[in-house]
Design a protein around this ligand. Structure first.
Ligand code: PBG
Length: 354
């Protein structure tokens, strides 16, 4: 059917600038603005809706009691001692946020070349998991599997003679995953990008009786500049030697992302993730459309920092930018988002404001 779009543009342009509004309305049958006229109508035709069910809230944990230390590059984000992380978990549960992601700031004295603290069943993240699952049993807890919070060089894997060793690292990651599962972690999230780690972790968990522990694979994780503030928060930016480009993906690639995701699904991932978020919405959309898996986006620390920094300067409306950025993930096909805004957007959604 031919759609009548009205008179040719020249006729419209020919109206002199100083003339009054054209007396005759444009002859338009199709007027997209009709549906946008009122708030009730905009709500009615809205295609994508963000809900608290879509949120995973990353928290940074630190040693001590009643400690809350600010992270300079992430305004309003603090490292929390375990008892404070429990308070945050209670707040999240009240806000109906389904899941937390825990990241430890490991004391530098406990970091070494091989990240052995990762295998200490009583390490900070394991203590945090146990405390949260005890006090707030109905909230999901996700833990990263990677060695970077524990290595003196800040890499996610074992580093020998300047090379990250894949298979040796995977052996350690399997043990790390089992230790986290023993602490009560619900979702294991390998963020290291070693080849074959999802399959190895799956069978390691199954062998130890953790067949119900889920795996959310950081399936398409890029070597990104947007992780900078996170590395400040976990204390690895000062010590990181070199970069992570031999294991994290080249930002120029998308077909490769599909191959990575396909492998992780074949190896047993229950959910997949694309990371970072906003700069990679095209990847997210392709992953969701291709595999139809539960697909998550990580709105990473640098994305958070950009919005917060601009808002603090009065350069944009932080609240609106937060909401718009989060609904963009839904539009691109995400089933959920890991975001440092989780509690803030959940408060807003609760008030009916987003
Ligand atoms: C560790 C890890 C990183 C992030 C999550 N897990 C940093 C990195 O890979 O260097 C980044 C999260 C963020 O920036 O918010 N493997």
């Amino acid at each position: 059917m031919a759609i009548k779009f009205g008179r040719p543009l020249e006729r419209v342009r020919s109206v002199p600038a100083e003339a009054e509004a054209p007396a005759t309305p444009l002859d338009l049958a199709v007027r997209p603005r009709r549906n946008r006229r009122a708030e009730w109508s905009r709500r009615m035709v809205r295609e994508h809706v963000l809900s608290t069910d879509d949120l995973i809230w990353p928290l940074f944990v630190v040693d001590g009691t009643d400690v809350r230390t600010p992270v300079a590059s992430m305004p309003d984000v603090e490292r929390l001692s375990v008892n404070q992380a429990v308070r945050a978990a209670e707040r999240a549960a009240k806000l109906n946020i389904p899941c937390l992601a825990l990241f430890p700031y490991t004391d530098p004295s406990k970091r070494d070349n091989d990240g052995t603290e990762a295998l200490n069943a009583d390490n900070l993240v394991c203590r945090a998991v146990r405390a949260i699952k005890k006090e707030v049993p109905d909230i999901g807890v996700l833990c990263d599997v990677a060695l970077d919070p524990y290595t003196s060089h800040g890499h996610d894997g074992l580093l020998h003679d300047g090379v990250i060793l894949n298979d040796e690292t995977v052996t350690v990651l399997v043990r790390q995953a089992v230790i986290q599962a023993e602490a009560g972690c619900d979702i294991i999230a390998p963020s290291d990008m070693m080849d074959g780690r999802v399959g190895a972790i799956r069978s390691g968990l199954d062998q130890k009786g953790f067949g119900d522990v889920q795996i959310m694979a950081y399936a398409a994780k890029y070597a990104s500049a947007f992780y900078g503030p996170f590395r400040d928060a976990v204390g690895s930016s000062a010590t990181l030697t070199g970069d992570k480009r031999t294991y994290q993906m080249d930002p120029a690639n998308t077909d490769e992302a599909l191959r990575e995701v396909e492998l992780d699904i074949a190896e047993g991932a229950d959910m997949v993730m694309v990371k970072p978020g906003l700069p990679y919405l095209d990847v997210l959309a392709r992953v969701k459309a291709t595999f139809g898996m539960p697909t998550f986006a990580y709105q990473v620390s640098g994305e958070y920092a950009m919005i917060m920094a601009a808002a603090k300067n009065g350069w944009l409306d932080g609240d609106k930018a937060m909401t718009e950025s989060l609904v963009a993930f839904k539009r691109a096909g995400a089933d959920g988002v890991l975001t440092y805004f989780a509690a803030r957007i959940a408060e807003k959604l609760k008030k009916g404001g987003a």
